[in-house]
Ligand binder design. Structure first.
Ligand code: ADP
Ligand code: MG
Length: 559
């Protein structure tokens, strides 16, 4: 048995990696399972062209076994195994990937499901283990080999015995230290949850021995422990299934299982794109506002998978802020991952996907608004405010995307209406889209100015949300019709005759109004005769661009 040394650079690299590449130690399991899946895939791809090989899916699996007594965690697979040479090359040289080589050699065939590419994932095992052994028997050989390493010090290889083709990796899990616990990597439930999180959609079964408490047959309160092998992963991701065969319930189950929310989603969208970037996505529009939605704590984002393996739990770049309520996932084989496979190298592909997704959500909402008004109103009650924030933010850059999704309460219809509805109903002589801000509908209805506008037969939009007026100011106009607050000085309704009358009356009462102005100094700018009042003796009018209600909000805002 001959001991070989890692080259000096490799040694440093290994230490560096063990300590710095991955943000979480639990990732080691994702990496080892991905390798096993790749190893099985290799048999599958080889069988496509090699007549002496048959691939019968039933015979292939990955198994994870923990043993607390010996502090070992074993990951075994029925994959292609490694020859002695492959052991030396792929596990002895850091950053050498047998899987990448396999993909390149098989470029013409579809080896693109293979996950590995960087040649570093394997060493993540040393984040949690003192010693790693690899027992492997390559396909088409009678010999087996045992590779062993304590990390930075190098490795040994010796011939060994193994019954079947495949690989068995045994980690001796580190002892707990003062600030780090490693015991969890021997715990059945913790291991299961790590597998579920990252490797749920690995295409081959991941088995674990498990103990389950079950009611004894014929008994109502006596339980018995049942030991047995269990498949932990779901294997076929719903997004790779045939859309035609999926029911609404399947999507709802997925939503619940993924804990995207505790409500039932209002709508799902299943996207499969085979263009410049290939990707699958399942998106949901929730019904209810998450409790922290309108707070700083809320984090938007979609789950991001690469070839069925979870890369990021909340990829925020996939969603614009104004669609931050959308839940779901994206899976793409075209992402350029960074070496830890926790982040992306370039965001070109991601940007394309994000743009595509944004347009999909927009069109889904538009069609919901058109075809299922009731549903849309539910959606709007939960997330309408976010759309209005969206119009207002980024200096109105998104207004084109959002303006047709907005709704406001109408004085005429007594319900929410779209801007398009409003404009289509405008009488010919109406110049502006009128709105009124106030605390609630009753208050707005009592505004003196509302009477005059309503008398003209014009519709008024009621703004009761603080953001309404801000959003509208960003829009400025809709279909070339400007917005006008009913409390602004010039309503665009006054006719020339009554204007003249008012001016005469102003002149006649000059003294009285002058005295009133003196008394109200600092509170009002001017006192004038108005011809727009009917049953109210007096009204307040905003002087500048900003309505009285908006001034109140601005004053209440912290500087
Ligand atoms: P990557 O998966 O990115 O190639 P790894 O460090 O995870 O890098 O693995 C290095 C190489 O070791 C793989 O490319 C593969 O050739 C080989 N390998 C690792 N684990 C196994 C396994 N369970 N069965 C067969 N080959 C394996
Ligand atoms: Mg790997």
């Amino acid at each position: 048995m001959e001991k070989k040394q890692f080259q000096a650079e490799s040694k440093r690299l290994l230490e560096m990696m063990i300590n710095s590449i991955y943000s979480q130690k639990e990732i080691f399991l994702r990496e080892l399972i991905s390798n096993s899946s790749d190893a099985i895939d290799k048999i599958y791809y080889r069988a496509l062209t090699d007549d002496t090989l048959t691939f019968n899916k039933e015979g292939y699996y990955i198994k994870v076994t923990a043993d607390k007594e010996s502090r070992t965690l074993k990951i075994s697979d029925t994959g292609i195994g490694m020859t002695k040479e492959e052991l030396e090359n792929n596990l002895g040289i850091i950053a050498k990937s047998g899987s990448l080589a396999f993909k390149t050699e098989n470029e013409s065939k579809d080896g693109h499901d293979i996950i590995g590419q960087f040649g570093v994932g394997f060493y993540s095992a040393f984040m949690v283990a003192d010693t790693v052994t690899v027992l492997t028997k390559p396909i088409g050989s009678e010999e087996a080999y045992l590779w062993k390493s304590d990390g930075a010090d190098g490795y040994t290889i010796e011939t060994a015995e193994k019954d079947s083709v495949g690989t068995e990796i045994v980690l001796t899990i580190k002892e707990n230290t003062e600030d780090e616990s490693y015991d969890e990597y021997l715990d059945e439930f913790r291991l299961k949850s790590i597998i579920k999180k990252y490797s749920d959609f690995i295409r081959y079964p991941i088995k674990m021995d498990s103990t389950e408490s079950k009611l004894k047959e014929g008994s109502e309160d006596e339980y018995e422990e049942i030991f047995g092998e269990q498949i932990v992963n779901s294997m076929v991701p719903i997004w790779r299934k045939n859309k035609a065969e999926l029911t609404n319930e399947d999507y709802e189950n997925f939503y619940a299982e993924k804990r995207y929310g505790f409500d039932k989603p209002l709508k799902h969208v299943h996207i499969s794109v085979d263009g410049a970037v290939r990707y699958n996505a399942i998106l949901f529009i929730p019904e209810q506002t998450p409790y922290d939605y309108y707070s700083k704590e809320f984090e938007k984002g979609l789950e991001l998978y690469s070839n069925g393996v979870l890369i990021m739990e909340k990829c925020s770049d996939l969603l614009p802020d104004y669609f931050s309520f959308v839940k779901g996932m994206v899976d793409s084989e075209d992402l350029s991952l960074n070496i830890s496979r926790e982040m992306l190298q370039h965001d070109r592909q991601l940007k394309l996907i994000a743009k595509n997704i944004k347009n999909k959500i927009k069109s889904q909402l538009q069609s919901m608004l058109k075809e299922d008004r009731e549903k849309y109103e539910k959606f709007y009650a939960s997330f309408g405010r976010q759309l209005k924030y969206g119009v207002y933010s980024d200096f109105g850059a998104n207004k084109e995307d959002l303006q047709d999704l907005l709704m406001f309460h109408s004085s005429k219809e007594k319900k929410l209406v779209r801007l398009a509805d409003y404009v289509s109903r405008m009488p010919e002589d109406q110049k502006y889209i009128y709105y009124a801000s106030g605390e609630n509908h009753e208050r707005i209805e009592k505004l003196p100015q509302a009477e005059l506008v309503a008398d003209k037969g014009y519709e008024i939009l009621y703004f009761t949300d603080e953001v309404d007026e801000f959003a509208i100011r960003m829009l400025m106009s809709y279909k070339e019709k400007e917005f006008k607050s009913i409390s602004s000085g010039d309503l665009g309704i006054e006719d020339a005759e009554s204007e003249k009358e008012a001016q005469t009356e102003d002149a006649e009462n000059k003294e009285l109004f002058g005295r009133m102005k003196e008394l109200l100094a600092g509170k009002v700018k001017d006192v004038r005769v108005s011809k727009r009042l009917k049953s109210h003796p007096v009204c307040l009018t905003a002087d500048g661009e900003i309505s009285i209600e908006m001034e109140k909000i601005l004053k209440a805002m912290p500087d």
